[in-house]
Structures are given as structure tokens and as C-alpha cells.
Write a protein of this length. Structure first.
Lengths: 157, 120
């Protein structure tokens, strides 16, 4: 009877010690997993921050691009208004002028046509000539599209 | 003896399973990123337009203009527009040119945004 009780106590003790050992090992393993999780979460946060930073950069780029496009569209409007102005300035009638001064109007129209053609070439990506780049005076510019043809020309106020 | 076997069996089961049931789960993050190939088209070739000559013809110089054309060996025929239509043509031409510029600009902006040059 006595030996049975002793054996039972011994078994309980051994089991308890073994269980405690296992429990400590499990705690250590859990700790390692939690540390790894923590590291992964921190990495994820860093990556998220990078994504946010990139998004911010993208938004800035989009805004910048939109601004450029708006400037371009406003320039287009102004170019068209200037073109209209050239035909109608001070109640100008190009038809009557052509009857009165046929040769000079013909010359002006041909020059305007050549300038407009050059504008199309530049719009399609042609390189600027040195002359076009250097032009800063009104007499030197291409009046059909000064903003495109003569980037260094600042219109007089 | 029967009780000892029972106790041993229970102890053995506890020993095997420990407290591992319901333990911490590992986070698994998969991220597979394969960047898209760049289209990398070259920009369209710039236009090179041919020269065009306008001739103004009025009721007064018509004879002279046709005579000159004949003398130069050109068919004495002209395709005309009125002064108002000339203005319309100029405006249309300007708008086509602007659209071309706008499209090219958009293309450049898209390229810059989606295919930025690699930082070295």
C-alpha cells in the first residue's frame, strides 16, 4: 500500500517536472514566434510608410502634370485669340486688304503659312533651331505659336 | 495497479500534448512582385511638311495670275477659298496643331509618370 502511494507521488512529481519543462519550452517557442511577429509587423509598417510616401510623391507628380497641362491649354486659348485678333484687329477686313494690297498680303499670308507649318513640325516633336531658341524680340519670333517655337521669348506687357 | 495504469496514461497524454493546443500562430506574409515590362516605344518621328504657296486672286489680277501660271507651265486652275473661309482654315489648322501638341504632351507625361528613368 505504502509503496503504491510512493510510486504515485513519484509519477506525479516526474510528470509535473516534465510538464513544467515542456511548458517553459512552449513559452520560449511562443516568445520566439511573438518576436518574429513583432518584427514582421514592424517591417509591414515600414513598407506601409514607404507606400504612403510613394503615394504622396505620385500625387505631387499628378498635380504638377495637371498644372503643366492647364498652362498649355491656356496658352492654346491665347494663341487662338491672337490669331483671331490678327484677322480682325481695328476692324481689319483681310478681304478688302487683299484687294487693295494684293502682293503684300500674299507675301504675309505665305509667311504666315510657313510659320504655321513650322508650328506643326514643332508640335510633332521637331527639334528647335538655334535661331528659334535665341529669339527674344517680337521681330524674331514665330508669331503663330511663340510659346512653342520660342521658349525664351517673354511677351511684352 | 489498475489505478497506476490510469494515472500513467493520463500523465502520458498530458506530457505529449503539453499546453500546445491553442498556441500562438505564425504570421505568413507572401509578396510576389513582378514588375511589368516597359513598352518603351520611341517618340513619334517629327513631321517635315512641304512648302505651300498661296496665291491671292482678285477680279483685277485674275488674268495676270492665270497668264503667269500658263507661262510657268502650271495648269491654269486654282482651288480657292474666300477671305472668311481662309480665316476658318487658319483657325482649323491652329486647332489641329494644338491638338497634336496636346497629345504629344500627354504622351510624354504618361511616359514620365509610368516609365520614369531609373535612378542610377
Amino acid at each position: 500500500m505504502f509503496s503504491t502511494i510512493k510510486m504515485t507521488i513519484a509519477i506525479i512529481l516526474i510528470t509535473g517536472i516534465a510538464g513544467a519543462g515542456m511548458y517553459v519550452m512552449k513559452l520560449r517557442s511562443d516568445n520566439a514566434i511573438l518576436k518574429a511577429n513583432q518584427h514582421k509587423l514592424e517591417t509591414a509598417i515600414t513598407e506601409q510608410n514607404k507606400v504612403l510616401e510613394k503615394q504622396k510623391e505620385d500625387f505631387t507628380a499628378i498635380l504638377e502634370s495637371n498644372k503643366k497641362l492647364n498652362v498649355l491649354i491656356n496658352t492654346f486659348k491665347k494663341d487662338l485669340q491672337d490669331l483671331d485678333k490678327r484677322f480682325t484687329k481695328k476692324n481689319r477686313d483681310i478681304g478688302k486688304l487683299a484687294i487693295d494690297r494684293t502682293k503684300s498680303i500674299e507675301r504675309i499670308i505665305n509667311k504666315g503659312s510657313a510659320n504655321a507649318q513650322r508650328c506643326v513640325e514643332l508640335s510633332s516633336g521637331a527639334e528647335h533651331t538655334e535661331e528659334e531658341l535665341k529669339a527674344t524680340l517680337k521681330s524674331e519670333i514665330n508669331p503663330e505659336c511663340p510659346s512653342l517655337a520660342n521658349p525664351n521669348y517673354v511677351p511684352y506687357q | 495497479m489498475y489505478h497506476i495504469n490510469k494515472i500513467l496514461a493520463v500523465a502520458f497524454i498530458v506530457l505529449l500534448t503539453g499546453c500546445s493546443i491553442g498556441g500562438e500562430k505564425k504570421i505568413k506574409i507572401f509578396s510576389v512582385e513582378q514588375p511589368r515590362e516597359k513598352l518603351d516605344y520611341p517618340m513619334p518621328t517629327a513631321l517635315q511638311l512641304e512648302e505651300l504657296k498661296w496665291i491671292i486672286i482678285t477680279s483685277e489680277n485674275a488674268q495676270e495670275v492665270f497668264a503667269k501660271l500658263e507661262a510657268a507651265g502650271i495648269d491654269p486652275v486654282l482651288f480657292g477659298v474666300t477671305d472668311k473661309d481662309y480665316q476658318v482654315l487658319s483657325r482649323n489648322f491652329a486647332q489641329i496643331r494644338q491638338k497634336l501638341q496636346e497629345t504629344n504632351n500627354l504622351l510624354e507625361e504618361y511616359k514620365k509618370y509610368y516609365e520614369p528613368e531609373e535612378k542610377k
